[in-house]
Design a protein around this ligand. Structure first.
Ligand SMILES: Nc1ncnc2c1ncn2[C@@H]1O[C@H](COP(=O)(O)OP(=O)(O)OP(=O)(O)O)[C@@H](O)[C@H]1O
Ligand code: SF4
Ligand SMILES: [Mg+2]
Length: 345
């Protein structure tokens, strides 16, 4: 892999749980993110997938500095941004922008599209001096496939897909290098999802962007990701190249998620093994000891309650160079092809 543009190490976000009204006393913590590490290469797309509440948005917010980590490092081109402040932080923030999930609530309904897209220039006037902002915004509308003449319209005059294009244009305004997209298509109709994913794909090539692309569902990130990280209860449990994760998953949780992905081919559907997970996701305020997945894992044994499995290439695959050779946080990692024709998806 090329030298990373972003290196995330042991990232932690714990939200304190307090009791009492006047004298708040900390009685515990919601372990929203509990030790996440990954690299992002220039021009790469890393997909991050996991069920609701596993900490995806919290990771995203820390990457763009909307939340301060409890611990850990986020290195942008070798420098830890969690330790930066003032002008240095402002300069870095410009390069890491976010696209939000919900195009209905993330755009201010009382602002025109021009003001929404141009708002980042108020903070970074050096990117677009006042005189040529309107032209810049119109160029951005054009780039995301919207009519530049719509510049004076309001968000309610657009469809969901168009609003997400506006959100993307705003994310591009400061010419960032990295875009963190937090479920950018989840709120959209299925028919519109592909158009927005294709747009992101095109923009990536055009502007040499690196993406962290967050989704609930493995099927959405497959089309756009080079690598995928699977999250469970505040941690990444398996990470690897696209084909490693989809065709050679070794972590039971990834295998269960894949077994629920829709398969269009009826033949493949028939041969696909369904793994039904029982039980609920445990509360991040009180995660299980050892392996966080053990309360729902059909392979759990005594060791799983005692020892936290580390995210590393499992010992049994370390010597081989095949597709199972990728990090998986399971004491009993085994290769298992869940979707027979996943390779053609
Ligand atoms: N400000 C906060 N204070 C306390 N707990 C929080 C806060 N923000 C998030 N959490 C908790 O942290 C956990 C992770 O939340 P997060 O929003 O990151 O999950 P997610 O994976 O993005 O979920 P979804 O798929 O529903 O968007 C959840 O249990 C959530 O309730
Ligand atoms: S470590 Fe144990 S409980 Fe965790 S995923 Fe592996 S087998 Fe299951
Ligand atoms: Mg979220």
């Amino acid at each position: 892999m090329a030298e990373a543009i972003l290196e995330v190490r042991d990232l932690v976000k714990h939200y304190p749980l307090t009791q009492g009204i006047l004298f708040k006393k900390q009685v515990g913590a919601v372990k929203a993110v509990d030790g996440v590490s990954f690299d992002l290469a220039p021009g790469e797309t890393l997909g991050i997938v996991g069920e609701s509440g596993c900490g995806k948005s919290t990771v995203a917010k820390m990457l763009v500095n909307l939340e301060r980590p409890t611990a850990g490092q986020i290195k942008y081109k070798g420098e830890d941004i969690t330790q930066m402040s003032g002008r240095a932080l402002k300069a870095v923030r410009r390069n890491i922008q976010m696209v939000f999930q919900d195009p209905y609530t993330s755009l201010n309904p009382r602002m025109t599209v021009g003001d929404i897209i141009g708002e980042p220039y108020e903070i970074h006037p050096e990117v677009a001096p006042k005189g040529n902002r309107r032209q810049k915004v119109q160029d951005l509308l054009d780039v995301v496939g919207l009519n530049p003449e719509y510049i004076n319209r309001y968000p309610h005059q657009f469809s969901g897909g168009q609003r997400q294009r506006i959100g993307i244009a705003r994310g591009l305004a400061l010419q960032p290098e990295i875009i963190v997209a937090d479920e950018p298509v989840s709120a959209l109709d299925v028919s519109v999802q592909a158009q927005v994913v294709n747009l992101l794909d095109r923009l990536q090539n055009e502007f040499s962007l690196s993406y962290v692309f967050i989704a609930h569902d493995l099927s959405i990130v497959r089309h756009i990701s080079d690598r995928v990280g699977v999250m469970y209860l505040g941690r990444i449990v398996e990470i690897g190249r696209d084909e490693e994760i989809y065709d050679h998953p070794t972590h039971p949780y990834t295998q269960a998620l894949l077994s629920a992905v829709p398969v269009p081919d009826p033949d493949a559907r028939e041969h696909r093994e369904r793994i039904i997970l029982t039980g609920d996701v445990p509360s991040p305020a009180n995660p299980p000891s050892g392996c966080p997945f053990r309360t729902r894992c059909w392979k759990a044994r005594e060791r799983c309650a005692l020892e936290v499995p580390l995210l590393e290439v499992p010992a049994e695959f370390r010597l081989a160079s095949g597709p199972a050779h990728h990090p998986s946080a399971c004491h009993f990692a085994e290769e298992k092809r869940v979707v027979p024709d996943a390779g053609s998806g």
